[in-house]
Every structure is written in C-alpha cells, then in structure tokens.
Design a protein around this ligand. Structure first.
Ligand SMILES: O=P(O)(O)OC[C@H]1O[C@@H](O)[C@H](O)[C@@H](O)[C@@H]1O
Length: 256
C-alpha cells in the first residue's frame, strides 16, 4: 500500500471497491467529542480521589484520550489510561454499578454520562460523511459500520443513518463473538466477512490511532484516515494509506 493525501480531483476509485467499512464515532457522527467529554469528567473526578504517591494524578486531557482511549473498547480504554498513570484497579464485573472503583465500574460511570448527553442533545451525522454515504449507495457499494462502542446502534439510530448499513459490528457483537478490539484487526475483518467481501477488496475509514492500526494490521485495500484532532501525520505514521480532513473530500466532484 502506498501513502497519499487527497488532492483536488484525486478521489478513490470507489467503483472498483468491494466494500467500505466505517468507524462510527468521529467518522460518521461527532460523537467522539461526546465520548471525550464524558471520559474527561469521569477520569478527572476519579483522579481527584486517588491517594497513591506512585501514581500520576495530574489532569486527564484530550492528549490522554487520543493516546490511550480513542477508538478502543470501553474497558480497554480505562485499563490503558490507568496503566499510563501507574494505577491498577481490580477488573470488576460488567454489571458493576457505576459507584464501584474498578475498571468496569469507572467504564460504567462514563457510560452513564455519555448516554445522558446523547439523550439530551441527540446527534447529527457529519454532512460530508452523508455526502459520501449517498455517493456509495448510488453506485451500490456494500457498507458496514465497525465500532468499538457498545452504543453504536443507539448512535446510528439517533443520527438517522442506521438503515444505510448492511452490517454493524459493534462493541457488544465483538464481546459476544470474542473478537479482540481495535487496534487488533479482527472486528474489521469480521465486518468484511459478514458483507461477503474479501478484506483485500474492502476499504477501512477511521479517525483514531487504534483504528488505523487495526486497518493496517489487516490486508485491506486502503486505510483512510480522517483527521478530527489526531493529526494527518500521526494517522499516516500509524498506517493510514490516504488521509483527509472531511469525507466530503472523497466524493468525486465534491469539495476537495
Ligand atoms: O463506551 P462505549 O460507548 O462502548 O465506547 C467505547 C469507545 O468507542 C469508540 O468508538 C470511541 O472512539 C471511544 O471514545 C469509546 O470509548
């Protein structure tokens, strides 16, 4: 795979693509921002309670999100961030109540905050992403969503785009089927397989470092990185073969 940046007039040849596998949060909907706020509130409240000289309890920032949490399954994000600060908690169980101080308890706490915002504010898809979905539907390319989030079906429904995808591999599907989360390629490979398309003919579209790594670890035709804050260079360095700032740039004849 070679690396390119979208330039005016150079869009992928979508008619030769077997399928497109989209990440959701930050690619189709601006919900990465909702996740970021919910994680920040939860982690900073938690860090304020940590009394351990060996732990780094300085403020959790967006840089922590991009480095340790973005794109990963919920509890992997908690575990990886805590490890970066020298903090280890018991795992807990998936149905821990959100008050318990465990990896799962903290993840559940954040999930309550995320769902509160989703219910209160709703969500609109990125207009540029809808333009690309429209184009791909018009030329008949099979589409899947491959998201680490267990909330993906609720977000797709709230954004009014659920019916555009033949397959959704979300955090719950991955847990049920025992699929390792991003940065492992397994959820993307499962998306292609469920659409009945060889992965080598499928394109991955991602905004997170863990996600472009997942794409690069599979044998996909292309890994497109969309920069929503991670940075074009970082996306490239981690395996994106093509980078852009908005999916409208990938629509033939669209804004470049
Ligand atoms: O907690 P959820 O909704 O299952 O989501 C897990 C992760 O899903 C990813 O899609 C998001 O990029 C992350 O921010 C989020 O933490």
């Amino acid at each position: 795979m070679t690396q390119e940046t979208i330039t005016p007039g150079s869009t992928p040849d979508w008619r030769s693509v077997g399928a497109v596998l989209f990440d959701l949060d930050g690619v189709l909907t601006p919900t990465a921002e909702v996740h970021m706020v919910a994680w920040g509130e939860m982690f900073n409240a938690f860090l304020a309670t940590v009394d351990d000289e060996g732990a780094d309890t300085s403020e959790y920032t967006d840089a922590d999100y991009f480095a340790h949490v973005d794109g990963k399954p919920r509890y992997d994000g908690v575990r990886d961030f805590l490890a970066s600060r020298g903090i280890e908690l018991p795992e807990g169980s998936a149905d821990d109540d959100a008050d318990e101080v465990t990896v799962r308890g903290l993840g559940n706490r954040k999930n309550l905050a995320f769902n509160e915002v989703l219910e209160r504010d709703g969500v609109e898809p990125y207009p540029g992403s809808v333009l690309l979905l429209d184009h791909l539907a018009e030329i008949g390319v099979p589409l899947a969503v491959v998201s680490s989030s267990a909330n993906a079906p609720a977000v797709l429904a709230a954004a009014g785009i659920a019916d555009r995808f033949g397959v959704v591999v979300d955090g719950k599907v991955a847990a049920t089927d025992g699929l390792p989360g991003k940065p492992a390629p397994d959820t993307y490979l499962a998306g292609a397989e469920r659409l009945g398309v060889p992965s080598s003919q499928a394109v991955v579209v991602e905004d997170a470092v863990s996600g472009v790594r997942a794409g690069a670890a599979g044998d996909f035709a292309e890994v497109i990185g969309v920069d929503r804050g991670v940075g074009l260079e970082t996306l490239r360095e981690n395996g994106a073969t093509l980078v852009c700032s908005d999916l409208a740039e990938l629509v033939p004849g669209g804004p470049a």
